[in-house]
Write a protein that binds this ligand. Structure first.
Ligand code: F6R
Length: 274
């Protein structure tokens, strides 16, 4: 895994958006794996700005979201489909038919999960999978003890996840207790992974996932098995990492990062929407 430490959440978020934009320019028909959550809001806001101001083209891009709550309709403000439409899809020139989020209302969830996997395969697999990390180490809804080879399936949410996301539903009681999620194995099949974590609350789990042992107790630790995984963290989320000096050296010296090293000028338009 390659770890990049940025001074603050804004620069970490911008870097992730820049990395996605670069891959999309290199391959306009990119198949992008997407995540939801507070951390991703800034990434999508930045991608919308790059689309608007630099004409980043999503017209040939296909997307697959990691997960969705079971029992929520797509127009429910708590659903991940709603989140994606609001934060990204409505702000860029993507064809809605090219965007995929598991259907949490499916009458046959097992069939829905199988069909989701089949569709990913038919599209040639995921080129770039964007990931956040939950405070108990989940990626998607792969809660602790998710099999490292798991595929898309229905999953009971852990108490930690319910606590983490309950605020978005007003209370834990109102929050769905099950989700559909790509498996850890599905995520590991992507050609590259890009994890973003910001804020002090993520510091402990980031250290476990990146430098701890690979264990099903911390699903994100499975990313250590991925041949091309980059983790971008801000100072706060990276503060417990033992290899900080080395990670900083990599970003400061390796040629592949040269184009991302210069601080970008603040953009009035982005600040206005923050
Ligand atoms: C959601 C997802 C989750 C989140 C994680 C972090 O699609 O994949 O793994 O990335 O729960 O959420 P935030 O960013 O809200 O802390």
């Amino acid at each position: 895994m390659e770890v990049i430490i940025q001074p603050d959440a804004k620069s970490a978020t911008r870097l992730v958006a820049r990395l996605i934009a670069k891959e999309l320019r290199l391959k306009p028909s990119l198949t992008l794996g997407l995540a939801t959550g507070r951390t991703m809001e800034g990434v999508y806001a930045e991608l919308a700005v790059i689309h608007r101001e630099e004409k980043l083209d999503f017209s040939l891009c296909r997307t697959f979201n990691l997960d969705e709550y079971v029992g929520l309709a797509s127009d429910n403000p708590g659903s991940y489909r709603h989140f994606m439409n609001k934060h990204l899809f409505s702000r860029i020139n993507i064809d809605p038919r090219n965007t995929h989020v598991p259907d949490g209302l499916s009458k046959n969830l097992a069939a829905e999960c199988e069909a989701y996997e089949a569709l990913i395969r038919e599209c040639g697999g995921i080129d770039l999978q964007l990931l956040g990390i939950g405070i108990a180490g989940h990626i998607g809804f792969n809660e602790p003890l998710s099999a490292l080879r798991s595929r898309t399936r229905e999953k009971a949410l852990s108490p930690a996840t319910i606590r983490q996301n309950a605020g978005l539903f007003g209370s834990a009681e109102r929050m769905p207790k099950r989700g559909i999620t790509m498996g850890v194995g599905t995520i590991l099949d992507s050609r590259s992974c890009l994890l973003l974590a910001t804020g002090s609350a993520k510091a402990e789990i980031v250290a476990k996932a990146v430098e701890g042992p690979v264990t099903a107790m911390v699903s994100a630790s499975a990313l250590q098995l991925h041949a091309r995984c980059r983790a971008v963290v801000d100072e706060e989320a990276g503060r417990l990492l033992q290899g900080q000096e080395y990670y900083r050296w990599i970003f400061g010296n390796e040629p592949e990062w040269a184009e991302f090293r210069q601080a970008e000028p603040a953009r009035a338009s982005l600040q206005a929407t923050d």
